[in-house]
Design a protein around this ligand. Structure first.
Ligand SMILES: [Zn+2]
Length: 227
């Protein structure tokens, strides 16, 4: 699962919970940030094999710290607990259920990965691996990613007060994510090394976080100055 994860970020944001969209963008990919970091450090192991599954080249055969069910619950709890102090530190408004929403957003990553991944997600440590393997079916997996993203964006637009240009910008961003997913799923390429792949994950995910940040910055500026 790739851009489908962002559906949860878009869907979770509302005027009521006031969680910045960029925070949710980090949250839904938090496990992959940990994963990419641990791959770069040589702690978790990845092979990039052409045609490993129809929809992905990633053979993530050892990722017990970022992607086991138990550690996913742990990281989700850490994110939920850290969110309130983070708000205080960054001067964000904190609303009552926000920590829980952030925690659920982090955990959603594991649930969505469970649908797409082949049997490589351990329940704990490196054992009892599960995965429904939708990545073995390229078109349905792609369709699911796009459908999820579309639902997320529709909910975001419906639940948040957005000016017309902001709405257009959000939809344009969604279109960019679709293009990125087309590239990832359908454009043949030579497999990168494990470390280069992990670096790519960091760079792409962080670019999306930055876009999410500026999308909402434009939105709040609009709110202060209705002209
Ligand atoms: Zn993942």
């Amino acid at each position: 699962m790739f851009v489908g994860h962002y559906s949860v970020a878009f869907a979770a944001k509302s005027e009521k919970n006031k969680i910045p969209l960029w925070v949710l963008f980090v949250a839904v990919q938090f496990l992959d940030y940990i994963w990419a970091t641990l791959v770069l450090l040589g702690i978790e192991k990845l092979r990039v094999i052409k045609g490993f599954t129809a929809g992905s080249m990633l053979d993530s055969y050892f990722h017990p710290y970022s992607h086991s069910l138990i550690t996913a619950i742990l990281w989700s709890s850490v994110a939920a607990i850290a969110y309130k102090p983070l708000c205080r530190w960054l001067g964000f408004a904190y609303t009552k259920s926000a920590a829980l929403i952030v925690g659920v957003a982090v955990f959603s990553h594991w649930v969505f990965d469970l649908i797409a991944h082949p049997r490589d997600l351990p329940i704990y440590d490196n054992t009892l691996k599960v995965g429904f393997g939708l990545w073995n079916y390229r078109d349905p997996e792609f369709a699911l990613e796009i459908a999820l993203l579309a639902i997320g964006i529709i909910l975001y637009v419906a639940r948040n007060v957005l000016s017309a240009p902001c709405k257009t910008a959000v939809i344009a961003f969604g279109a960019v994510l679709v293009v990125v997913q087309i590239g990832d799923t359908y454009v043949p390429r030579t497999p990168l090394s494990d470390k280069a792949t992990a670096m790519g994950v960091w760079i792409f995910y962080t670019l999306f976080v930055i876009v999410a940040f500026f999308l909402e910055k434009a939105r709040s500026r609009k709110k202060i100055d209705p002209l």
